[in-house]
Structure formats: C-alpha cells, structure tokens
Design a binder for this molecule. Sequence first.
Ligand code: GLN
Length: 553
Amino acid sequence: MISTTTLTQPATKYIFVVGGVMSGVGKGVTSSSIACVLQARGLKVTAVKIDPYINVDAGTMNPTEHGEVFVLKDGLETDQDMGNYERFLNADMPSSNYMTTGSVYLSVIEKERNLEYGGRNVEVVPDIPLEVIRRIKHAAHVATADVVLIEVGGTVGEYQNVLFLEAVRMMKSQEPENVAVVMVSYLPVPHAIGEMKTKPTQTAVRMLNSAGVFADMIICRSSLPVDQKRKEKIATFCNVRAENVISSPDLESIYDIPLNYEQDNLSTQLLSILNLSPKQPTNLRAWKQFVKQSKSGVGTVKIAVVGKYFNSGDFVLSDVYISVLEAIKFSAYKLHLKPEISYLSAHEFADKKQLKKLDAFDGILVPGGFGKTGIEGKLNVISYARKQGIPYFGICYGMQLMVLEYAMNVVRLKNASTEEIDPTAEHLVIGVMPEQREKIAKKEMGGSMRLGQYPAKLKAGSVAAKAYRATEIIERHRHRYEVNSEYVERLQNAGLQFSGTSPEGALMEIAELPTSVHPFFLGVQFHPELQARPLAPHPLFTAFIKAAYESRS
Ligand code: GLN
C-alpha cells in the first residue's frame, strides 16, 4: 500500500460517509456540511463521491431518475452532490473526486487488457476495492488534502454497495488511525406513536457491522432533534460514544446544517476520532453572514423556471435543476430579496392561452435541456417574454431556443429549426458543432459533448460585460449544438447581439437584446449555475434577478 505518511507531514485522514435505513435523507448535504465544518477548522478538505452505477459517468443517466448532471471544471459529468461539495466548500472539485462502479470496472478491465496485472488472475475481490482505494488516494494527492471525505452512494445492505464497503473495511484495517466511518441514519417519528424510534438505526448499524465496517459516528437525520435519552440508547446499541451521536433535524435551510453540527461539536469530535489537531477554532463567520442574509430579505422576487423534467408520476421534482435554483437563491439573497421560485412545465405552454399565467412573474428562466419534448411550449414562453418585456434568462438550450425564436419571429425565417430536432429544416439556425457530427455518426455519445471550462470574450459595454465587470470570462459547458454562424449577421442586423464569443470569435456564447429595447433578454450557451456559490453568487444571475425585481409589475 502507498503510505502518505512522511516525517514532517501528518498522514492524510479519510472520513467515509455511508447511509443507513433509507436513501433520500440528505447524505450529500450531510457530507458537504461535515466537509464545511472541517474546513472551518483551517484544514484542507476535499470530497469524493462514489456512485454505485454501471454508468461510467452521470452524463448518460436519465435526469428525472438521477437528478441534475453536474459538470466539473475539467469536463467530467457527475452527480449533483459534487455541486453540493463545491457550494459548501466554495471550491472547484477535480474529476479525480468522482467515480462510479462502471468507471472503476472499466479501468480494472483496461489495466487487465494492458497486462498491468502481470498475467495473474484478476478478481472482483480484492481488485475492485483496491482500485477504489487507489482512486481515493489519488484524489487525496491531487487535492493535497489534510482530510478527504468520501461519500459512498446508496444504502448499507444494498447489493451495489458491497464492494465499496469492502474498500472501506480494507482501508480501515490497513491504517485504522487515519480512517473514520460516519453513518448517516434516519430516525422516524411515526405519527400514530408520536415518538422517535431508534430501532431502524440499530438494524442498519448491524448490517454495516456484518460487512466488517464499524461506525465511529452516527448522524441522526430526523424531523426532530434527537434527545439525550435516545443518543445514549443509540450509543449503547450501536457501539459509539454518546458524544458521537449527532442530532441532525430538518432545518429551515440546508445551509443551516453546518451551524447546527457545530452546536453538537461535530468537528471537534471527528478530529479527536482521527487524532488530528485543528489549525484554528471554528471559523464560520462568512457562512453565518450568508445564512443570516438568506433569511432577512426585504422584497420578494418571483421567478418562473420553465422546464420539462419536473414531473415524475404524481410528484414534482426540482432536483434536475438544483444548481439553477440555488444560483437564483444566492443572487436574490445578495440583493436582500426573498426568491419565490415556481416550477412550470413547458408542455402546458404549447397552448398559447396559458401564456397569460406568466404575467404573475417578475422573471422567466429556461434552463438547459435536450430533444423535442416541451420545445413548442418553451418557444412560446420565450416569445411572450420578449414581447411583454418580462426579464428572460436562457441557459444552454434556453439560449439556443431564444435565438431560434428570434430567427423565426423577428428575422422571419420560415421553416427554421435546430438540427437537434429537425435536421431537414431549411434554416438550421442552431446546428451541430462540426467536431460533434462525427461523434454522433459513430454513436460515441458518452462523455463526448463539449464539456467543462472554456474561455470567452465579451463585448465591452454589453449587458453581459457590465454584469461580469469583465471582458474575459471562463464558464462550464455541456452541449453538442451551437448557433450556426451563417445566421449571425442576419440576427445581429435584426437587433439580437452576440455579446460573448469564444476567444477567436467562432462560437456564439452569449446572445442579448440591448436594455433600450428590453429590460433583460439574455441567453448563454454555457452553464453559469455550475459556478454559483453561496459565498460567491454568479454575476449573470444577479443581473437577471435585479432586472426582474426592478421591472416587477
Ligand atoms: N441540447 C442542446 C445541445 O446539446 C443543449 C444542451 C443543454 O442545454 N445542456 O447543444
């Protein structure tokens, strides 16, 4: 095994976060909050996510099933939890911090094909867990971290989890002093009984133990705080000390969680388990300031997000657009406003009679998307926002459709479309990017879009440049199609300005109408939401929210 211990530097510490009882209790936010409070002790912290899917990355997963695809700076398509890490740590995460079952198997198989196992028998155990451990250590090395948090997706007891728990067991037996295990459990308070029950947690801990892994700390998610009596009961039955049973009740906002953890001395307890000295007393000053500001908005701003992935059976999901929603909030808070965000399904606006509903909003946002469904409704919404002077912010597909709408209704191009939907249309205002055409033909669809960070230059004096207060920017991307350069001149002559392009000018990155004709009508080919942080709201979102608030009816 590689040892990270040197004489001068303390060994890197590893904290595994595993889930018990059930999924959906906020393990990602819990991991992010732990990372946040440890960072507040002056330590260098990074966070790794293990996703138990065969998909090699999250780019090929259905958004309504899996939630948002979060694109890292270096282009990897990952799970939305990576976004939580970036937001809670106010730092970019590298692609070494994400793995799926599929990616782990793929590299083991590739190594085997390259004879890197020296002709020996390659087996699921130990070779898969060893590859998991190698990746975790690599992530620690890349981040030069004091502490690495590793969130193991899924729940203890699930078949898909087994090999990852085996990696935890192996690491803990190799370097027990450097590894801690935190189990995030759920304590129900059944209505009929009115009492918080600890039994499911006890059962989950036993299941974890049967994998040879023992929890050092249990974080108790529940609707209510866990009282001392139950903390002691959990301690006795689950083999942890009572001070390592942490109460994690539902709170008004997820950003309250780190502050709540520190009330239970979480960082001190974890550092003592790992025998690691903090570099400073907890410093969450900026975080507290952000949380305070988030609750003290004076005005209200009403934003409609028009998407197509909100409905899942009888339920409405907003996870698909989580970064967009958070970005709206951060900018509203910065402006001392309370955001009221409504999720509207694009489909309903295929019927133009429904468009009147949009009058109730101060601003409209159409986020990224793919394919045909909902497109008619989105085009109608954009057209309405343009004509009625309702501030509009289009992201990726929301920008492409904004440009298409302009081409259809202002430039008056008949039979115009995007190549993604109708490649036979006469005017392909949005066309496939040249390097993408080949990939589509070869069906190379996984991880092959234009992904990750690229620079762009902005026109001085434009709405975009004023918002950024800069003329050079770097943003993250995820797309295969782009504005067709053949139509740029006609669109510009008709009033739509391309205020942001790739550095050499070939690719249209931002389209906008001047403020003399519309209070805010702007679309971006990239995904600004991926870089919006609680402590650093995104300037374009702030400009949009400001325009929305100022033009409210
Ligand atoms: N479907 C469009 C494209 O591939 C937009 C992608 C997106 O919105 N992320 O270019």
